[in-house]
Design a protein around this ligand. Structure first.
Ligand code: DQA
Length: 147
């Protein structure tokens, strides 16, 4: 059975209360519930984490090797700054799908740069919380068909 790791970076613990006009009104717990339910329908295993700490996200990526088959990563603001996360992704050699609730390309210029994108399998952004289940579908499709 395939296993996915969903990793959430800084400030995503505040979803629901944080800039709802940008990120919507669902909480991270709602998103986790959605992902758990979707994992059941896809018949896969799922692990869901959030951390506000860059090094902890690096550790979680390292720990995914050999345990999970793919990673869905919403690195939050670290997307735009973190060479350490980029290097961690290259090091673990797992397929990583970059995810954002908002369309980062339609926002401030500093959000257009992603250190994750060059080492990711692909990027999903702009679909709000639904992006998480879309990313899960993309990960399973990749694992099943290599697409
Ligand atoms: C985000 C987009 C980032 O630019 C921002 O720093 C976040 C959330 C998103 O999901 O839209 O924290 O990753």
């Amino acid at each position: 059975m395939s296993s996915l790791l969903v990793l959430n970076g800084p400030n995503l613990n505040l979803l629901g209360a944080r800039q709802p006009e940008v990120y919507g009104s669902v909480t991270l717990a709602d998103i986790e519930d959605m992902c758990v339910a979707h994992a059941k329908t896809l018949q896969i295993e799922l692990s869901f984490h959030q951390s506000n700490h860059e090094g902890e996200l690096v550790d979680l990526l390292h720990g995914a090797k050999g345990i999970h088959d793919a990673v869905i990563l919403n690195a939050g603001a670290y997307t735009h700054t973190s060479v350490a996360l980029m290097d961690a992704i290259s090091s673990v050699e797992l397929p990583v799908i970059e995810l954002h609730l908002s369309n980062i390309h339609a926002r401030e210029a500093f959000r257009h740069k992603s250190y994750i994108a060059p080492v990711a399998l692909g990027q999903i952004c702009g679909f709000g919380a639904r992006g998480y289940t879309l990313a899960m579908d993309a990960a399973v499709s990749h694992l099943d068909h290599g697409a």
